[in-house]
Ligand binder design. Structure first.
Ligand code: ADP
Ligand code: MG
Length: 343
């Protein structure tokens, strides 16, 4: 280990927390007290409180051989902010709890918090506390989040009804393809450490995998044009699985038009290169952190021209009929796992 790196044992847990707290002065009106006491103090508002948590485990959710810690910090916050966005809410405060293995240095923890700080600034949220412990097996990053929403603007999974229009933001499948690229480069590197990975032509895909952004921008835009989605969910597990969640929670069915599914051109090219169908990447890829939502027909005009919202299908009233209409007009049942029809 190089000399400039500091072992956590040299400054101790409290020394480490001290360094973290200096990076995160309280700048938020809704936070009366941040890091430093036994609990944070939050000033209540008139709105409903949203409260969620999401954990990333080394070896399960990320691989440190190709995941820069700064990006990991950013992603852990994005995943949580995305859950608040999916309720049509605005994120406010987070806590960050870490399980750190002994191989970690102070500099590594600081890199993680640099990414967390960038995310806090991008999403306009305040880090107010957390916990730090040793971990026997790998790094654990667990983020808790508070957000708020006007009581009459909440979007639950259960609100979709017949004839609603199904919308998704951004493009889908890129994060999954980014992971395929990174896994392939890892194997090439392990076989021959002299080989430097060539990632230029996959830049967008790799960024979508390593440093995803939550779509709080869309939440503000929907509010500005006066649209409250009848139902909403974020796309963490893949479009198919999220559609089935909405179907189940709302007691409705969905009809999706394959031709309308959005994919980025880099993702399209990579899908061809990896010989995976683009629709498989979109439907089952996951980790895109885009929003899937439904709107009533009368709201369509308000967002019809939005460049980053795509209209991919309709809601109907048969809960057991969740289908994709293929480009050849075949009717294909939507399943959460395996997309055999396309492989
Ligand atoms: P306690 O023993 O009361 O749990 P800690 O020593 O764990 O207190 O934490 C002291 C303060 O530092 C608390 O305000 C806590 O929220 C904060 N803190 C601890 N770990 C982290 C972390 N990883 N990120 C942010 N704040 C942290
Ligand atoms: Mg503690």
């Amino acid at each position: 280990m190089s000399k400039e790196l500091t072992q956590i044992s040299e400054i101790g847990e409290f020394g480490l927390i001290d360094r973290i707290s200096k990076l995160f002065p309280v700048e938020d009106e809704g936070t009366a007290l941040g890091i430093g006491d036994d609990a944070a103090v939050i000033v209540p508002s008139e709105k409903d409180i949203l409260w969620s948590t999401d954990m990333l485990n080394e070896g399960i959710h990320f691989d440190l051989t190709y995941t820069p810690l700064q990006h990991l910090g950013y992603k852990a916050v994005s995943a949580n902010v995305s859950d608040i966005a999916a309720m049509n809410g605005i994120p406010k405060q987070i806590t960050v709890s870490l399980g750190i293995s002994s191989k970690f240095t102070v500099e590594a923890v600081e890199a993680l918090f640099k990414g967390i700080k960038q995310a806090c600034s991008d999403y306009n949220i305040q880090l107010v506390g957390g916990d730090t412990t040793a971990s026997a097996a790998g790094l654990i990053v667990s983020v808790g989040i508070l957000g708020e929403v006007d009581p009459d603007r909440k979007s639950l999974r259960s609100g979709a009804s017949k004839d609603d229009i199904i919308c998704v933001t951004g493009d889908l499948g890129a994060a999954f393809l980014g992971l395929q690229v990174l896994e392939r480069e890892k194997q090439v590197f392990q076989a021959n450490p002299e080989m430097q990975p060539k990632l230029d032509k996959y830049k967008y895909l790799v960024e979508r995998q390593l440093k995803p952004k939550a779509r709080i921008d869309i939440i503000h835009e929907l509010r500005d044009v006066g649209v409250v989605p009848t139902s909403m969910i974020d796309i963490s597990d893949g479009l198919a699985s999220e559609l089935l969640h909405i179907s189940k929670a709302s007691g409705v069915g969905v009809r999706i038009i394959e031709d309308n599914l959005p994919i980025d051109s880099q993702a399209y090219d990579a899908a061809v290169e990896f010989n995976i169908s683009t629709t498989t990447c979109i439907m089952n890829g996951g980790e895109d952190y885009e929003l899937l939502f439904t709107i009533s027909q009368e709201d369509f005009k308000k967002i019809e021209k939005h460049p980053d919202i795509h209209f991919i299908g309709y809601v109907h009233d048969k809960p057991n009929e969740n289908i994709l209409i293929s480009k050849q007009e075949q009717v294909i049942p939507i399943t959460a796992q395996g997309w055999k029809h396309f492989d």
